[in-house]
Design a protein around this ligand. Structure first.
Ligand SMILES: Cc1ncc(COP(=O)(O)O)c(C=O)c1O
Length: 397
């Protein structure tokens, strides 16, 4: 009886007194046009870039942080809170960014959001009257997010020193989306001369959106500070926990010049009225108790060992590949000799249950792409990626 009443209430059954119960005709929900990310489990080795070690998510630390935070927080936090984010969380993020990245962060200039992806979407909505440029190659998803928000970014080339600031100055762009600490996808670090040039460009009434997506992991060289610390009134700093804890958390932040705080907060409010308070509470506690720093220290060591093992495997089995951008982050880039049929390589590797991501989708014009791949190594064991590299080598031959 319960089941019948429930199905009738939901409209799946039609029940008329005296004439029995019939199955209703309902329209099937339409399937999405295409998935942005492939389902896990299809591959034995998945070199998807951008994932931290998901099995190392600090479950116990997170639970403890949530329990402690919940015990302390006042009940009004569970209501419709300010879309900007909880004051305690913004203060903890500000302190962390000041300490580790040299960001000049005040809690009142921070807006919490659902990862860097939402940050880009919110910024696109408030910067609609600007001409926005983006690195080329650059993260394909961010280009799609901008286009989805009505902005077709001006492509600015990348070379061995990072973003070509002269080309940016020659364009009519008034704002640029950039990844100075570890360029996505090439891994190049913006050179000191280019940093200075980019800040000069910014000071001429322009805006830099600094996506600091991989900055926590540096292996062979001194960390470069965030650009935001040099010109906080001309730089929007964007960060997230996607590489440090898990992409599934969807926790991110922006540190904004004062004049953008109001419009971006408004946009965040209209998007979703604010990010999950539970996650903000736990994350703030994780930061203030030092658990986040400890977790990062541990992961840094683990990723360094994995990166070194991947470099050894590449040198041994795939010597024709030139490795780029291995000094930081959770992925590296390999470049093959010109003319290498990368699309075939990707397809043949997938047939052998190894997933690799080509560089091509990161280019505004895919035909101009360098022949290469991005290889994420943080979420794979050493034996997995040695096996994966051997498959790539076999396909290459
Ligand atoms: C260039 C770049 N920025 C930012 C991110 C993080 O995005 P989010 O915080 O939305 O998960 C990624 C993740 O792959 C990325 O590649």
């Amino acid at each position: 009886m319960d089941a019948y009443s429930q199905l009738t209430a939901e409209g799946f059954l039609l029940s008329r007194h005296g004439s029995g119960t019939r199955v209703a005709t309902v329209d099937a929900a339409s399937a999405p046009e295409h998935d942005l990310r492939e389902a896990p489990g299809q591959f034995d080795v998945d070199f998807a870039p951008g994932s931290p070690d998901l099995s190392s998510f600090p479950r116990h630390l997170w639970l403890r942080a949530l329990r402690q935070g919940l015990a302390e927080i006042e009940s009004h936090a569970f209501g419709y809170v300010a879309p900007q984010g909880l004051q305690t969380t913004r203060a903890a993020v500000a302190d962390y960014l000041r300490r580790t990245r040299g960001v000049l962060a005040e809690p009142q200039h921070i807006v919490l959001c659902s990862g860097a992806t939402q940050a880009i979407a919110l910024l696109a909505s408030v910067l609609a009257d600007q001409t926005l440029a983006m690195e080329d190659p650059g993260f394909w998803l961010h280009r799609m997010v901008l286009r989805h928000n009505g902005i077709d970014p001006v492509p600015v080339p990348i070379d061995d020193d990072g973003l070509d600031v002269a080309a940016l100055s020659d364009s009519d762009a008034t704002a640029v989306l950039s990844t100075p600490a570890h360029q996505s996808p090439t891994g190049v670090v913006l050179s000191p001369a280019r940093r200075t040039a980019l800040m000069q460009w910014a000071r001429a009434d322009h805006l830099v959106i600094e996506d600091d997506y991989d900055a926590e992991y540096r292996y062979d060289r001194a960390p470069v500070g965030a650009l935001q610390g040099i010109a906080p009134d001309r730089v929007v700093y964007v960060g997230s926990t996607s590489k440090t804890l898990a992409p599934g958390l969807r926790i991110g932040w922006m540190v904004l010049p004062a004049q953008l705080v109001g419009p971006v907060t408004w946009s965040k409010g209209l998007a979703d009225t604010g990010s999950s308070v539970m996650d903000q509470i736990a994350f703030a506690k994780l930061l203030t108790t030092g658990g986040y720093d400890r977790h990062l220290r541990q992961m840094r060591r683990r990723y360094l060992a994995r990166r070194n093992a991947l470099l050894r495997a590449l040198a041994r089995y795939l010597p024709e590949a030139t490795v780029l951008g291995a000094a930081a982050g959770v992925h590296l880039t390999v470049r093959f000799p010109d003319g290498c049929p990368v699309a075939d390589l990707v397809r043949r590797a997938a047939e052998m249950r190894v997933r690799v991501e080509p560089l091509a989708p990161c280019y505004a014009d895919e035909a101009a792409a360098l022949p290469g791949l991005m290889l994420g190594y943080a979420n794979l064991s050493e034996s997995q990626f040695v096996g994966g590299v051997r498959v790539l080598a076999r396909v290459m031959r």
